[in-house]
Design a protein around this ligand. Structure first.
Ligand code: FO1
Length: 320
């Protein structure tokens, strides 16, 4: 079975670990969000690609959900001693090596997709990890500080400001001119199932869908009978993790499992899983033309996550 998953960072990576356990023989292609990418200290950092790669490759800091296991911060401390920041972004020594290799390869002319493949040769994530695009796309968030409107990089909004101010708009800068990375559209066209994990619907899945051609390819696959199933990142009217409610508000979507399903719409997703606490939303989601089931959706451990993935695949079979 060929499965395509559109993934952000921590939520997407943890879901993929469960999916691999649930479907050990499946050929899984992950289309990773690169809108969170940031250039720091002259290096290209790809948080979501790295989070998927480290999580599936056994190198993730489990507690944080991002960055490397067994990490130290000597380089960051030395940079700070020179007064070179930002100090608010925690790049560790082991992680630095990944960004150095990536930046060196990009500088030598390799596209991000080839660089990602080379990095994965070390980590062996057991999935084909593709960036959504080889082109630079950077998510910016419009905010108001002391009466002044400004746009900040997504990481500044998320990590430095901890989404403490309202997001007025979320803009994937460069998306309109970007192209899907090699292999992305073919993987979608050839997929037996497309899954939207419980990743952030705006800054993760939304950014991937903003790359021209990707949304259309999924809509076309769905129209020709490929089941597309999503899992709600909102449980009981609050994000399972992170601050998804802040960016959902920026696009005028309520933080409910039902509202996120309707935001994607029946053209895109044919099936939707909500948590059992949101069972009351099932009828409304179904009324919008999306087959809906209520099942436990907390990724407490790999076994619970694998059970979620099995439910998603079972719903996909029902839609076939
Ligand atoms: N998240 C934080 O909350 N604080 C950090 O200092 C931080 C550093 C960081 C470094 C590398 C990396 O791959 C991820 C990192 N993240 C950090 C996670 C990241 O900011 C976001 O969670 C994702 O971009 C959202 O998917």
């Amino acid at each position: 079975m060929r499965i395509v998953v559109l993934a952000g960072g921590i939520g997407g990576a943890r879901f993929l670990r469960g999916l691999k356990q649930a479907a050990p023989d499946a050929e899984i292609t992950v289309v990773g969000n690169t809108g969170d990418d940031i250039h720091l200290f002259g290096l290209k950092v790809c948080p979501d690609l790295d989070t998927v790669m480290y999580t599936l490759g056994g190198g993730i800091n489990e507690e944080q959900g991002w960055g490397r296991l067994d990490e130290s911060f000597t380089v960051k401390e030395e940079l700070a001693a020179y007064g070179v920041g930002p100090e608010w972004f925690g790049l560790g020594d082991r992680d630095f090596a990944t960004h150095i290799v990536r930046t060196q390869m990009l500088g030598a002319g390799f596209p991000l997709s080839a660089v990602t493949e080379a990095l994965c040769a070390r980590w062996q994530p057991g999935v084909r990890l593709l960036p959504m695009s080889d082109d630079r796309v950077e998510t910016h968030v419009a905010i108001e500080v002391d009466g002044e409107q400004k746009a900040v990089h997504f990481q500044e909004y998320w990590v430095k400001l901890r989404a403490s101010v309202d997001a007025k708009a979320v803009v994937p800068v460069g998306a309109e001119a970007s192209k899907p990375a090699p292999g992305v559209l073919d993987a979608i066209a050839e997929a037996d199932v497309v899954l939207f994990p419980p990743s952030n619907p705006v800054v993760s899945v939304g950014t991937i869908l903003a790359v021209p051609g990707i949304r259309d390819a999924i809509v076309a696959a769905a129209a020709s009978g490929t089941p597309v199933v999503g899992l709600s990142p909102i449980v009981g009217d609050a994000p399972v993790r992170g601050m998804a409610d802040k960016v959902l508000a920026a696009v005028g979507v309520e933080s409910t499992a039902k509202a996120v399903a309707l935001h994607y719409g029946s053209e895109l997703v044919g099936g939707w899983l909500v948590d059992t606490v949101d069972a009351g939303a099932v009828a409304d989601v179904e009324a919008a033309g999306i087959r809906c089931r209520a099942v436990p959706l907390m990724m407490t451990d790999v076994e619970a996550t694998a059970a979620m993935a099995r439910e998603a695949l079972a719903l996909a079979e029902e839609l076939r």
